[in-house]
Design a protein around this ligand. Structure first.
Ligand SMILES: [Ca+2]
Ligand SMILES: [Ca+2]
Length: 115
């Protein structure tokens, strides 16, 4: 088992051409974080989020929404920015950085993996 602790996400490039972004992050297909009105250059703290336990690996996907999220909807309708698989092999390796680049956007996620 491992625990994923998210630290922050920085918007380096917005997905929407007009206005600000509404990014959200899923872990194992469950929405665990969402923000509204995000502009390039903004760094958003995620340290208030609960740690998430996982076994072996977990998939993290970043999307940008153009309409309100609805319970149980098909998340693939949203603009997907990128996805990564986080492994428990990162335990004890210190702060990690992952770039999510796609659909015209660029976000940087920082996190730790603890035992
Ligand atoms: Ca969009
Ligand atoms: Ca949007």
């Amino acid at each position: 088992m491992a625990r994923l602790k998210l630290i922050s996400i920085t918007c380096k490039d917005e997905q929407d051409w007009l206005g600000s972004d509404e990014p959200f992050l899923t872990l194992g297909n469950k929405v665990i974080w969402q923000a509204h009105g995000v502009d390039a250059g903004e760094a958003l703290c995620m340290e208030g989020l609960a740690e998430v336990s996982f076994f072996a690996t977990t998939k993290v996907v970043l999307y940008e929404s153009d309409h309100d999220l609805e319970e149980g909807e098909d998340l693939s309708k949203h603009d997907k920015i990128g996805e990564w698989t986080i492994s428990e092999q990162l335990i004890g390796k210190g702060e990690q950085n992952l770039d999510f680049v796609g659909n015209g956007a660029h976000y940087l996620l920082k996190f730790f993996v603890f035992p």
